[in-house]
Write a new protein. Structure first.
Lengths: 115, 110
């Protein structure tokens, strides 16, 4: 089955700790995205990558970092600089980035809570 | 700042009625429009997409697009309690990223 997997499903972070959220896709999609969703809110773009070894900041990149060493993988690190990281994190991918005619597919999400 | 606006709801309709969800967008260059359904605690799943002015039907769902008015809507006929969810409108411009609205919470009452 093709799809997007995210792990872990739930993650707890202590103050001052960096944590990494995993996102893997086997859809052969070129573009991958990270969104943050707060309760009752829409999706806000953190980072995106359209090709391997290249990524761009989204609207709320401060306190986050990413890498794209493989087409299938786009991990997100939430650093200690992110002061309010408690949220639901969604990874998405799409083929043919930039065409505007392809939907984004989402992973199941990771719920991050700061202790 | 490109924006997508939706009424946050909740929108309550009785079972079997038509639910009408609305979305407006600010970027006149927007090319493609998507409706996602999101159940509580779950990730969004695509319901419909529409690229051209007019109506597009898929089962109980109809998407309507009016680019001149910068307006897109989703109609759900014969609403079922299982349709109770948050519906996200997403807009995309050629070469740009998706912009999501805040979502409308729909409650279908048995």
């Amino acid at each position: 089955d093709g799809g997007i997997t995210q792990s872990p499903k739930y993650l707890f972070r202590k103050e001052g700790q960096n944590v990494t959220l995993s996102c893997e896709q086997n859809l052969n999609h070129d573009a991958m995205y990270w969104y943050r969703q707060d309760p009752g809110q829409g999706l806000r773009l953190i980072y995106y990558s359209q090709i391997v070894n290249d990524f761009q900041k989204g609207d709320i990149a401060e306190g986050y970092s990413v890498s794209r060493e493989k087409k299938e993988s786009f991990p997100l690190t939430v650093t200690s600089a992110q002061k309010n990281p408690t949220a639901f994190y969604l990874c998405a991918s799409t083929t043919a980035p930039g065409t505007g005619y392809n939907e984004q597919f989402f992973g199941p999400g990771t719920r991050l809570t700061v202790l | 700042q490109k924006e997508v606006e939706q009424n946050s709801g909740p929108l309550s309709v009785p079972e079997g009625a038509i639910a009408s969800l609305n979305c407006t967008y600010s970027d006149r260059g927007s090319q493609s429009f998507f409706w996602y359904r999101q159940y509580s605690g779950k990730s969004p799943e695509l319901i419909m997409f529409i690229y051209s002015n007019g109506d597009k039907e898929d089962g109980r769902f109809t998407a309507q697009l009016n680019k001149a008015s910068q307006y897109v809507s989703l109609l759900i006929r014969d609403s079922q309690p299982s349709d109770s969810a948050t519906y996200l409108c997403a807009v995309n411009n050629y070469g740009q990223n998706f912009v999501f609205g805040p979502g409308t919470r729909l409650s279908v009452l048995p």
